[in-house]
Design a protein around this ligand. Structure first.
Ligand code: URP
Ligand code: ZN
Ligand code: ZN
Length: 459
């Protein structure tokens, strides 16, 4: 299959030019000002449109047994939704519970992904560290998984003890593996939850007060101290507030090798959504919680200054009816998570680029290139150059539309962004040389996605 994309405005993290892109088989073979169409090739006219590298979401949950239920998506639904929204690579958190074995869990998550339409990899969750853990993690790294995940929250489920955190980071340092981390102090969360519930404060509006910014900032500081003393490279997932950012900045100045991710809900939503009446707020319960709107300018500024490297989703879909309502009488039982794998790019383009908060290069860098660089996928993914995988998003900035649960491909019964306007949309999405989406419709093939094996680079 040969595909020629002509006359598009090609945007990478560090370039911006009008040109042509020739894709032969699964890779880009040539990028230049005017490429003649080889006989038999399909030609796509991208005049008036942007051509971006395929976007990478480095933090999603698809198979997620959590808080007494399971997240709703399968790889069939999540990968279709991702592709239509411009995301061509997913990195999923493989999240075993404390009693599970790492290798068995890894095999389970691999099997769940077999039907993916887009490429994927995993961050290997470490939720216990005992005498057999290290050898299993070594084998998983040898099989191409170059990142771990730890939770400093979720006591008794995914959360690790300090001894386990130290052991995980020490092994990661030895293996050159980066450790992604959910940073919240779980002891403080449990104590504050108990205090609020005892006072009869049971609704979703009390979720944020049970996990205030100090709880996240303490978790980040804790991780930074452990990273400093072990030398491990660390990545703070879903960072929501200024205090947490400042703790990373301070650690970086001390020489800690730390990267920061934020997620689209923190850039667009705020805690007032979780305060909506009639339990509607439960749709907006995630952890760390949605914050006061005054935190958002700091997140945007940190993106522009590259203190924040990546924008992910933390996609975690739970139905409003039948799942979120498990916490009707107790906010601490509302399954945590907001679905957004389909919407990240259109929301970021609309609220970042169109509102003048991000330039086009930073948009591409934060939503694609940095994830590829940090997680060992660059330059195979994350850019537009000869030799890279032909993952491309032809983006129509003239499109106008609205987000609606009724038309979304994510398998969940609500949208956190219902009725929101978007000012742009992918018109064509190409995954390894094959067109997989056109104008909001999935036209690709399930099962075409490949596991992306990655080499450790964080020594
Ligand atoms: O609320 C969230 N973030 N749900 C998904 C699990 C996690 O903590 O990432
Ligand atoms: Zn988390
Ligand atoms: Zn997550």
């Amino acid at each position: 299959m040969t595909l020629l994309i002509q006359n598009g405005r090609v945007i990478t993290a560090d370039s911006d030019f009008v040109g042509d892109i020739l894709c032969e088989g699964e890779v880009i073979s040539h990028v230049g000002p005017s490429i003649a169409a080889p006989p038999g090739s399909e030609v796509i006219d991208a005049a008036g449109k942007y051509v971006f590298p395929g976007f990478i979401d480095p933090h999603v949950h698809i198979h997620l047994p959590f808080m007494g239920t399971h997240a709703k998506d399968s790889y069939e639904s999540a990968s279709r939704a991702a592709i239509v929204g411009g995301t061509t690579t997913l990195i999923e958190m493989c999240c075993p519970n404390r009693e599970d074995q790492p290798l068995e869990s890894f095999e389970l998550w691999l099997a769940k992904a077999a039907n993916s339409a887009c490429d994927y990899s995993f961050h290997m969750g470490v939720s216990r560290f005992d005498s057999s853990t290290a050898s299993q993690l070594r084998e998983i790294v040898n099989r191409g998984i170059a990142s771990f995940k730890v939770f400093l929250a979720y006591k008794g489920a995914f959360g690790v003890t300090d001894e386990e955190l130290f052991a995980t980071l020490s092994l990661a340092k030895e293996l050159g593996v980066i450790v992604t981390a959910h940073c919240e102090n779980e002891t403080l969360v449990a104590a504050l939850q108990q205090q609020l519930l005892a006072a009869g404060k049971t609704g979703p509006e009390w979720h944020e007060p049970s996990r205030p910014t100090q709880v996240e900032a303490e978790g980040v500081h804790h991780l930074m101290t452990f990273a400093e003393l072990t030398g491990a490279h660390v990545y703070c997932v879903h960072t929501s507030c200024r205090e947490a950012l400042e703790n990373v900045q301070a650690a970086r100045l001390r020489g800690v090798r730390a990267w920061v991710e934020t997620v689209i809900p923190y850039l667009t939503l705020d805690k007032s959504y979780a305060e909506r009446s009639n339990f509607e707020g439960a749709k907006y319960v995630m952890s760390p919680p949605l914050r006061d709107r005054s935190e958002q300018p700091y997140l945007w500024a940190a993106l522009r200054s590259r203190l924040v490297s990546t924008i992910a989703t933390d996609h975690a879909p739970f139905d409003f009816a039948g799942q979120k309502d498990m916490g009707l009488d107790d906010f601490s039982k509302i399954p945590n998570g907001i679905p957004s794998v389909a919407d990240r790019i259109n929301l970021l383009y609309t609220h970042g680029v169109c509102r003048g908060r991000l330039d086009l290069n930073t948009f591409v860098d934060a939503a694609s290139t940095q994830a590829a660089k940090i997680f060992g996928l660059y330059p195979r993914k994350g850019t537009v150059q000869a030799g890279s995988d032909a993952d491309l998003v032809i983006y129509d900035p003239g499109f106008r539309g609205k987000i609606a649960a009724a038309t979304q491909l994510m398998n969940v019964d609500y949208s956190a962004f219902e009725g929101w306007e978007i000012e742009g949309r992918p018109s064509t999405v190409i995954v390894r040389g094959a067109v997989q989406a056109r104008d909001g419709k999935f036209v690709g093939e399930l099962g075409r996605g490949k596991l992306l094996t990655r080499e450790p680079t964080h020594f």
